[in-house]
Design a protein around this ligand. Structure first.
Ligand SMILES: [Zn+2]
Length: 216
């Protein structure tokens, strides 16, 4: 900002009114203060706006996956699923431990719902539980699976199903590893494993067969 243009060092015997000229720098300083205040308010407003847009983006990723999904008819389900896949996903049956496709699958990829193909779990969250079923410590997204309490074994368990098509997947327990402490104990029959492109040799069905072979 501009300083007082008048040369300094002139001792003045001026009246306070005449010294009003020297008030000018103070006005300049107050102008600077006002501008700083405006810029400060603008930067606060910008920060808040930026934060808001990020929150909006995060909310956008959490949309309910069942919105816009058309459920398959029982006939379509019977035609597209094996008997075991149908029994597990539609009637909450449980497949045999250690005699299922993915319990020991160590390949890198994504596990999708066998009914509607919604991505459910990533291989990075799979861990060795010793149960004989594929186990994960967290789902791929906060809204990819949903839960409810069942009493099939006469005590409460938390049943896990696909958030989009409601296919039964398995159960979740509180004895899993960190960072979540959860153990999502899933049925292979509810899942379809899709390897990541770098390791993918071909179509997903072929991958599934190869994965099955890996367990022998
Ligand atoms: Zn599904």
């Amino acid at each position: 900002m501009r300083c007082n243009p008048k040369p300094m060092g002139q001792k003045s015997s001026q009246t306070p009114a005449a010294r009003g000229v020297r008030v000018l720098p103070r006005k300049s300083r107050s102008t600077v203060g006002t501008l700083c205040l405006i810029f400060g308010l603008m930067s606060i407003a910008c920060t808040q706006l930026t934060g808001y847009s990020q929150e909006s983006g995060a909310e956008a990723e959490e949309l309910d996956p069942s919105v816009g999904y058309t459920p398959k008819s029982p006939r379509e389900l019977q035609r597209s699923l094996t008997k075991l896949q149908f029994d597990v996903t539609q009637n909450a049956a449980t497949e045999p431990a250690f005699k299922n496709r993915y319990w020991n699958n160590k390949r890198v990829g994504v596990y999708r719902c066998v009914v509607c193909s919604l991505p459910l779990f990533e291989s990075e969250t799979k861990f060795k539980s010793g149960t004989g079923w594929p186990s994960f410590f967290k789902p791929i997204g906060k809204k990819s699976v949903a839960t409810k309490t069942d009493y099939i074994l006469f005590y409460p368990r938390t049943e896990v199903h696909c958030a989009r098509c409601k296919a039964h997947l398995g159960h979740v327990f509180d004895d899993g590893p960190q960072p979540t402490g959860k153990r999502y104990c899933m049925n292979s029959a509810s899942l379809q494993f899709v390897a990541k492109p770098a390791a993918e040799d071909g179509e997903s069905n072929k991958t599934g067969d190869q994965t099955s072979d890996d367990q022998k």
